[in-house]
Design a protein around this ligand. Structure first.
Ligand SMILES: Cc1ncc(COP(=O)(O)O)c(C=O)c1O
Length: 426
C-alpha cells in the first residue's frame, strides 16, 4: 500500500503514516513490504494461540453460515457452548454465570453496573462508589477511566470523569483506610488488575497484598472485581492472575485472550450469590447491541479448546520463565533498565534515563515509544506503556506458542532498541 493511502487511516492525522500489516501468521505480523515482525506484544497482549489458526477460521466460517445476528437475550448453540466451556474448564468453582461483550472496556462497564445493581437489589441503595487503584487501567469508556487511574489516558477528560476513590496500589492498608474514609455504606466494590498491565508494565504485588485486600473488602461488604482482561486465560501461567494470590473474587472481568484476537470479545463472570438478588428483585442488566455475538462465541470456544488440547497455559508458565531468565541475564545491568518483572508470559521492563539515580526521561521524550519504534525497525513488536510514576515501560505478551529462538530474538532486539533510543535522546 502506498504511504499516501495508508496516511488516510489515522482518525487524528499524524506525521508518520501507520505501519501496514498485510498478513498474520504463527507469531508473525507480515508487512506489506514482506518484512516480518515478531509479535512479542501479542498485539495489545491479546494473541495467545498465535495467528492464522485454520481451525479457528473454520469455526468462524461455520458460525457465520449458521447464525448471524440474534438479540443478546436469546440463546444460540455457540453462546451456550462458550458458557459450558468456561464453566467446565476455566472458571473457579461457583462461577456459573457468564455474559459476553465486545471487549474489555464494555466488560468493565458491565461489572461496575452489576455490582451496583446487586446492592440496589439487596436494598443497599447507598453503595455506588468503586474504589480503584493508583495506578491502574480499566479501559477507555468514561466508567473505565473513572474507576481506573492511567493519567496519560485520562488526560484532558478529567472533568467528565466520575471521581471514584483510589487506594495506593501496593498498599492494602490504604484500601482499608479509603473504605473507612468514604463511609463503608457508600462503597460498592473494589476493582483492580491482579498484575498491572498497561499502567505499570507488569507490576506484581507482594504476596500479602491481595489476601489483605480480600479481608478489608469482606469485612465491609465491598465486592471484589478482578480485572483479568490482560491477565486472564493463561497469560500469567495460571488460568487466572488472581489464582497466584489465593483469593476469591466476586466478579471476574475478561477480554483479550478470550478470542485470542480472532474476534472482538470480552466477558464478565460471577456467581449465583451476586445475581440471585437481582433476579429476586426483578431487575436486570442492559446489554449492548453486539453483546455475545454468535461469531465471537464460536471463535472463543475454539480458541479455549485449542489452549486445552495443546496445554498452552502450562506452556505460558514455562516459556514465561525462560523469557524472564533470559531478560535478566541480558538486560538486568543495562543502564536504562530499572526493573524486570511479571508472571508467565506477561513480563515488563521499567525504563529510566539512568538506573543509578533512578531518574526517568521526561514524558515528552516518549522513550518507551522510541524504543518500540527501534524494535520494529529490527523486526520485533513490543507494547510500550506507562503512567504515573512508571514513566516508561515495555510490556511483553507474546503468543504462548513462542520458542526459545523467538525469545533470543526478542531479548537481543530489546537490548539493542533500548540502547539505540537512549543514545538518540542523549
Ligand atoms: C486490565 C485492562 N482492563 C480493561 C482494558 C480495556 O479493554 P479493551 O481495550 O478491550 O476495551 C484493558 C486494555 O488494555 C486492560 O488492560
Amino acid at each position: 500500500m502506498d504511504a499516501q493511502r495508508a496516511a488516510r487511516f489515522p482518525f487524528v492525522p499524524t506525521d508518520t503514516p501507520p505501519l501496514v500489516i498485510d498478513r498474520t501468521e504463527d507469531v508473525w505480523l507480515i508487512r506489506d513490504n514482506g518484512n516480518r515482525i515478531l509479535d512479542a506484544g501479542g498485539g495489545a497482549i491479546v494473541t495467545n494461540i498465535g495467528h492464522g489458526r485454520a481451525d479457528v477460521v473454520r469455526a468462524a466460517t461455520e458460525a457465520l453460515g449458521q447464525v448471524d445476528y440474534v438479540v443478546p437475550l436469546w440463546a444460540t448453540e455457540n453462546r451456550v457452548a462458550l458458557i459450558e466451556e468456561l464453566t467446565e474448564h476455566w472458571l473457579p468453582d461457583g462461577f456459573t454465570q457468564a455474559s459476553f461483550f465486545c471487549g474489555g472496556s464494555e466488560s468493565v462497564d458491565a461489572a461496575v453496573r452489576l455490582a451496583r445493581t446487586h446492592h440496589v437489589s439487596n436494598g443497599d441503595h447507598g453503595r455506588w462508589k468503586v474504589i480503584g487503584r493508583d495506578v491502574s487501567y480499566h479501559g477507555s469508556t468514561l466508567s473505565g477511566l473513572s474507576v481506573g487511574n492511567h493519567d496519560r489516558r485520562r488526560s484532558g477528560l478529567e472533568p467528565m470523569l466520575n471521581d471514584h476513590p483510589k487506594s495506593d496500589w501496593l498498599d492494602a492498608e490504604s484500601l482499608a483506610k479509603v473504605i473507612e474514609r468514604e463511609d463503608t455504606d457508600t462503597v460498592s466494590a473494589f476493582i483492580a488488575e491482579p498484575i498491572n498491565g498497561a499502567s505499570g508494565a507488569a507490576m506484581v504485588p507482594p504476596a500479602g497484598y491481595w489476601p489483605a485486600v480480600e479481608e478489608a473488602c469482606r469485612a465491609n461488604g465491598v465486592l471484589i472485581i478482578v480485572d483479568e482482561v490482560m491477565t486472564g486465560l493463561g497469560r500469567t501461567g495460571l488460568k487466572w492472575g488472581h489464582e497466584h494470590f489465593g483469593i476469591t473474587p466476586d466478579i471476574i472481568v475478561g477480554g483479550k485472550g478470550l478470542s485470542g484476537g480472532y474476534a472482538p470479545m470480552g466477558g464478565m463472570y460471577t456467581t449465583r450469590t451476586i445475581v440471585d438478588p437481582i433476579a429476586a428483585a426483578g431487575n436486570s442488566l442492559m446489554y449492548f447491541t453486539f453483546s455475545g455475538a454468535d461469531l465471537g462465541c464460536a471463535v472463543s470456544v475454539k480458541v479455549l479448546q485449542i489452549m486445552r488440547e495443546e496445554g498452552l497455559v502450562d506452556r505460558a508458565a514455562q516459556m514465561g520463565q525462560r523469557l524472564r531468565s533470559r531478560m535478566e541475564e541480558e538486560l538486568a545491568d543495562h543502564p536504562n533498565v530499572a526493573d524486570i518483572r511479571g508472571l508467565g508470559l506477561m513480563q515488563g521492563i521499567e525504563l529510566v534515563k539512568d538506573r543509578n539515580s533512578g531518574e526517568s526521561f521526561t514524558r515528552s521524550d516518549e522513550f518507551a515509544q522510541q524504543v518500540a519504534m527501534e524494535a520494529i525497525d529490527r523486526g520485533v513488536w513490543i507494547y510500550p506503556c506507562g503512567s504515573g510514576p512508571v514513566v516508561d515501560g515495555l510490556l511483553f505478551g507474546p503468543p504462548y506458542t513462542i520458542t526459545d529462538d523467538h525469545i533470543e530474538t526478542i531479548v537481543g532486539v530489546t537490548s539493542e532498541a533500548i540502547t539505540a533510543a537512549a543514545s538518540r535522546l542523549s
